[in-house]
Design a protein around this ligand. Sequence first.
Ligand SMILES: C[S@@+](CC[C@H](N)C(=O)[O-])C[C@H]1O[C@@H](n2cnc3c(N)ncnc32)[C@H](O)[C@@H]1O
Ligand code: SF4
Length: 455
Amino acid sequence: MKITTNLQWMEADFIEASKFFENTEDLEISHTHFEEATVVFDTVDVLGKCFEFSKDIGNVEGIEKKRYVKRYAKLALYKALSSVLGQKLIWGAMTGIRPVKYAYSLGKNWREEMAEEMLVDESKLDIVGRIIEEQKGIYELKNDNCDFFVSIPFCPSRCLYCSFLSNEIGKEKQLDGYIDALVKEIENAKPLIKNLRSVYVGGGTPVSLPLHLLEKVLKAIGKVDCEYTVEAGRPDVIERETLQLLQKYGVTRICVNPQTFNDKTLKIIGRKHTAEDIYKKFELAKEFGFSVNMDLIAGLTGESFDDFKYSIDKAVELNPDNITVHTLSLKKGSKLKETTERLAEGEISKMIDYSVYKLINNGYNPYYMYRQKYMAGNLENTGYTKKGKACIYNIDVMEEISDNLACGANAVTKKLILSENRIERYGAPKDIKTYIEKVDKIIEEKNKFFLDNTL
Ligand SMILES: C[S@@+](CC[C@H](N)C(=O)[O-])C[C@H]1O[C@@H](n2cnc3c(N)ncnc32)[C@H](O)[C@@H]1O
Ligand code: SF4
């Protein structure tokens, strides 16, 4: 597909908006945008047909105007392609990764606007509506609200599909150096926090750390009086002693992630644990009274609809507080990217539809959602919760309604400038050696960044 446009800055958005249409390889599309007074005009030529659209966007300026121009140009392209190819996309012309944040930004008519202006399917609007309902009482936009993230980018081994930063713990020579640098960063970050909403120790697989190093991190974080998650992660490294330690330091929520309950798939994706381990470690976690989340992935290598259905059914039987359903995303950096073709998109969408049906009918409500690039079938990741058990951290991060103070390699600190409706970011280096060497500079720069960007 080739797209020419006089809005050159829109090229990437156009590619994003059209990539989920089928049979577009040989298409040549030409787009022209012009404006008269407060009206924007978009003309799209494709396969010898010319489509013309116009919209009065009113007297808007700057970033807001750019948003409207973008919205109606994308919509024009979507409508033209949809008409010529006879295809509809479930998310319509929406390309952003935060559909719920977008809905909030539209105000109380979000449903009509997303249906009419973005052509989003009713089934997805229903989920967005449920999420907004579930977030009531947690969703809060207030200066100085802050979530605290600690990055432990180590795992017992690398899973085939994963594109997160993760280093094999057994091969890491600088583990002690990393934890010392991290502890220093945590201690320097804590005084910056005014209103702590939640703590999240993620990765990677934090509990793959030797106990004495995990304890150093927990001790540095100290006692907190809010939701406190440790992404325990892989059942093969969750032990009684680890959970005892987490309990001692006040952790309230952990993740015990199956990804799938099929042993054959677990082997293929390199998870080094069995379905039996998942049951055992889940029971152990419940014995300690933790709130538990379980991650599942739709579209894993070799899995059919029935395999995925089996995993969803098993997760529901176990009845954890949260279940997060991911759609496989083949990003750069995963081993799978180079070796496998993804499943037929129709099959994955059937899986996601089943997860919605099964979870909602068994007392789970969706409470946050995000979309990713390179995601199979133009779908989404959705977190589900039992009543009153939603994870504050996930909501704050997905809706970007709170500062995020983040420590460790590859951690991104975010500061909300509420008065200007924008967000500033500070990212730490990915590489462990560089992170350790630069930690003093990172602390200094990040503290300045956090304190300078206020209101
Ligand atoms: C940061 S990872 C850490 C999880 C933890 N280490 C574990 O493996 O159980 C969080 C979650 O992202 C999901 N995930 C990772 N790579 C993915 C991919 N390529 N596509 C879809 N979901 C993915 C998995 O469900 C995973 O549990
Ligand atoms: S899925 Fe989890 S355990 Fe596997 S490589 Fe990614 S972060 Fe590590």
